[in-house]
Design a protein around this ligand. Sequence first.
Ligand SMILES: *Cc1c(COP(=O)(O)O)cnc(C)c1O
Length: 525
Amino acid sequence: MSANTSGWRPEMTPGKADAPTTTGNKALMLEEPLIFEIGSTRTTGVDFADGDVHHDRLGGLTRKAPIGLPGLSEPETVRHYTRLSRQNYAIDLGLFPLGSCTMKHNPRLNEKMARLPGFADIHPLQPVDTVQGALGVINELAMWLIKLTGMAGVAMTPKAGAHGELCGMLCIKAALAARGEGGRKVVLVPESAHGTNPATAAVAGFTVEDIPATADGRVDLAALEARLGPDVAGIMITNPNTCGLFERDLKKISDAVHAAGGYVYCDGANFNAIVGKVRAGDLGIDAMHINLHKTFSTPHGGGGPGSGPVVLSAALSAFGPLPYTARTADGYVHLVEEGDADAFSAEHYDGAVTCLGRMTAFHGQMGMFTRALTYILSHGADGLRQVAEDAVLNANYVLRGLADVLDAPFAGSGPCMHEALFSDEGFADGFSTLDVAKGLIDEGFHPMTVYFPLVVHGAMLVEPTETESKAALDQFIAALRSVAQRARAGDASLKTAPHFAPRARLDETLAARRPMLVWKEPGAD
Ligand SMILES: *Cc1c(COP(=O)(O)O)cnc(C)c1O
């Protein structure tokens, strides 16, 4: 792809509208109806004759009505799902620029390790003696996370970033209650926070108050200091923040919050940009979740499993959830559960009293632990540091490579971290960030994150991650450049993009407000 790609024009697409195909297929882009429209609920995909049932072994639980699923043969079923899967964009197909998500390459080695029977085929209720290897993995990963963040302890069980936030905020709540200061109800959340932060604080029973941002996209320290007081439980702050910027004043912010009797929760979802470079503990943070599925390269998206361990400061680690692992001097890994919470204290964790109970039924996401530890060990400490450096370098390459066609509101205040933030400033009248995102689909890329963070008008947040080559970045920059130029020039064809995707512009509001989740046989009500 050359840098002067001029974009799609209607006359460039034979076979569109004026000459549609009989099938609706466009070469390898295949139309696919619903599975109910292919098979009928009245037929079966297998050709066994109905047998006489002599013995009902179901104790009276035999199904009385038809199951209501379409009968398809195996090849029909395989084709259906394979065709659907091809309509998805994937990290294995191309650069995935979704900011705030760290969509990075997932090394195949991780998958190989996670599928070893000793990790994949075990049961959480197996005797601890028989799963020493798996518990050892959890414990070793815990040690790495503590070391990488300079914290006192870690809760491994939370199953996503947001779940980790809840864990951390419940620790703060427990710590305040233990001090007899449960009356502190206000959690301060900067304007640029990820949406999960205020939601978590509210779910944990706190009241949320906004802290404004400065003109350079960071937390307004003076406004924060002015709001601190005896009703403030703490702050939830993202670092690097969602504008892709390092919060330079974080240590000052922590000191001020601590001096006022509050705790500092850090949203560590963007740890990818600083892993091996900066430790949360040195910044005065009390609790921070780490999205293993972002920073440590485990697959995510589409509702796949996540994992959000929370590292805790000495002030909070006594309040973390059960269960947790502890390795004793003889190498044996214990699983500390209710009832034996203080049996292994001070071995690896700073106190083991718990006020939280459990966040999950069992020990967390074993597959994600195995992938994350594999990733960490295959990179080593120096390799992890290079991950951060390369991620930041790549993001800055994108930021500077598009500076002449896209407005970058904070580029003037220095380099960005792992993601580049642009605004819609300079687009022709009537052209928006949405048009650019849709145009990028025609160019074969998943769109970047749009309209987030809210502090920037028509925000476009691009996170290339560290594994993209210069060639891949150049190709992406050329594509986004051409679409941005069309938005600046007011190219009408961009308003109806995407033209090459199976569906063009959907009524997303209607789809979200009135989703149709159940298939109904035509004619049935
Ligand atoms: C992804 C993300 C979260 C939420 O993490 P989940 O694992 O999706 O629950 C929170 N904050 C930020 C900044 C994120 O990028």
